[in-house]
Design a protein. Structure first.
Length: 63
């Protein structure tokens, strides 16, 4: 009997999650740094290029 409310809650969450579709990705104006804007595209880096001290920062955007 205790599983019924939990299963109902999970079912409702799944139903809501399927209908909550994210916005299409599009560039926001003014979000490209000036230095990055002036970079020139070149050839791809070699596959064996060692990358040291690479930091990746993931953040949430406030919409």
């Amino acid at each position: 009997m205790r599983r019924a409310p939990a299963l109902l809650a999970v079912g409702l969450l799944l139903a809501v999650a399927k209908s909550a579709v994210g916005e299409p990705m599009r560039p926001l104006p003014g979000t490209v740094p000036r230095a990055l804007r002036h970079l020139v595209a070149s050839e791809p880096a070699p596959a064996d290029l060692p990358l040291e001290n690479v930091t990746i920062v993931l953040g949430l955007r406030d919409r």
